[in-house]
Design a protein around this ligand. Structure first.
Ligand SMILES: [Zn+2]
Length: 97
């Protein structure tokens, strides 16, 4: 039955929805701050993450196409690589790393 599939889909969507909400909140907070190169960079990161959500590849690593660990996205919803790629990436610009 189609309805079963649909509710499974909604479960997944719900999952992404919480990240989307956080991203929007972050974007709004950033736009209230004074514009500096750092905040601009953050705004860019959030906007890219929101685009990736729209494209449906939000949870996939940009480098290896593996799935990005939920923990990493919980920590920073703008992350675009999985833990493995982030630790060996040449331009691993990880906050707090
Ligand atoms: Zn990866």
């Amino acid at each position: 039955m189609k309805t079963v599939k649909r509710s499974q889909m909604l479960g997944k969507q719900q999952d992404l929805k919480s990240f989307e909400t956080r991203l929007f909140e972050r974007l709004r907070a950033l736009k209230q701050q004074n514009r500096t190169p750092e905040t601009q960079e953050d705004v860019d990161g959030v906007e890219i993450a929101l685009k990736r959500l729209g494209w449906g590849n939000y949870k996939f690593c940009m480098k290896c196409w593996g799935e990005i660990e939920d923990v990493r996205l919980e920590e920073d919803p703008t992350r675009m690589t999985c833990g493995g790629c982030a630790s060996k990436g040449p331009q691993g610009r990880e906050p707090g790393g």
